[in-house]
Design a protein around this ligand. Structure first.
Ligand code: ZN
Length: 240
C-alpha cells in the first residue's frame, strides 16, 4: 500500500505509530523498533515520506503492523535550501489540518504532486499557493474566481472579497469594498484556483511580495472559514 506519512508518535519502548494517508483513506499503523536509530524503518519517521508498506497478516496486534516497507521518496533528500525546508513544514501542516481525518486521503495525489514540484526546483511560493488553493477547494469552501460575484462581469475587476467569496467589479463596488490588492495579485488568485499543473503564471510584474500577500489572505481565509490556524505559513511569509 502506497502511503504518505503525516505524523508519528512513540509507542511502548521502541515502537512508533504513524498516521498516514493512502489513495483510499486515512490509515494508522505501527512499526516495531522504529525509534531505534539503527532500525530498518527509521526513515519512516519524517513527515511526507512516501513509502510502499506491507502489513503483517496475523491478527495478534491491536494495530496494523509493518512487515516490509520500501522508500518511494523522502522530503529530506536534497533538502539544503531554506525555502524548500520551510515549504515541507507548510505542506505537512496543510495536509494534516485542513481536511477532516476521513477526507484527508483526498489530498493524496495533490500532496505527491506538490512534493515532486518542490523537488524539481519549482518556485516554492507558487507551489504552496497552488497546493493551498487545492486543499481549500477540497474542503468545500467556494470562491468565485471567474467573474464579479454581483453582476457576473469579467472586465474591470477591482477587488477580491474573501468575506463575500469572490471578485468585485468597478460597477458593483460600494463604500465598504476593500481595494487592497493590485492587478497582479487579483490575477494571481484566479491562476492558483484554476491551474492544474504546478507552474508559474504569466503575469506581468508579479513579485514575491505579491505571492506573500495572497498567501496571507489565504491564511486568514482558512482561519475564518475552516477554523484552522496555519502557523507554519508565517515563516514563509516573513522570509526575506
Ligand atoms: Zn459587478
Amino acid at each position: 500500500m502506497k502511503v504518505i506519512i503525516l505524523s508519528k508518535s512513540s509507542y511502548k519502548e521502541k515502537d512508533c505509530i504513524y498516521s498516514a494517508i493512502s489513495q483510499e483513506g486515512y490509515v494508522s499503523f505501527m512499526a516495531k523498533g522504529a525509534q531505534d536509530p539503527k532500525s530498518k524503518f527509521v526513515w519512516l519517521n519524517n513527515p511526507l515520506t512516501i513509502a510502499d508498506v506491507e502489513f503483517l497478516s496475523d491478527g495478534r496486534y491491536k494495530h496494523k503492523v509493518v512487515n516490509n516497507a520500501t522508500l518511494i521518496s523522502s522530503p529530506m533528500v536534497g533538502a539544503t535550501d531554506y525555502g524548500y525546508l520551510i515549504s515541507i513544514g507548510v505542506i505537512t501542516e496543510i495536509t494534516r489540518n485542513i481536511l477532516a481525518d476521513e477526507e484527508k486521503h483526498l489530498a493524496f495525489n495533490e500532496c505527491e504532486a506538490a512534493l515532486n514540484a518542490l523537488r524539481a526546483g519549482k518556485d516554492h511560493l507558487m507551489v504552496i499557493l497552488i497546493y493551498l488553493a487545492k486543499l481549500i477547494k477540497l474542503s468545500g469552501a467556494e470562491l468565485e474566481v471567474d467573474h464579479c460575484i454581483h453582476c457576473g462581469a469579467r472586465e474591470n475587476i477591482i477587488a477580491f472579497s474573501f468575506e463575500d467569496g469572490g471578485y468585485i467589479c468597478e460597477n458593483c463596488q460600494s463604500e465598504d469594498t476593500v481595494k487592497d490588492l493590485n492587478a497582479a495579485q487579483l490575477r494571481l488568485i484566479r491562476f492558483i484556483f484554476k491551474v492544474k499543473e504546478y507552474g508559474s503564471p504569466n503575469i506581468e510584474k508579479l513579485t514575491d511580495d505579491d505571492k506573500k500577500k495572497i498567501l496571507t489572505k489565504l491564511k486568514e481565509f482558512v482561519d475564518d472559514i475552516v477554523g484552522v490556524r496555519l502557523n507554519s505559513l508565517d515563516a514563509l511569509i516573513n522570509a526575506k
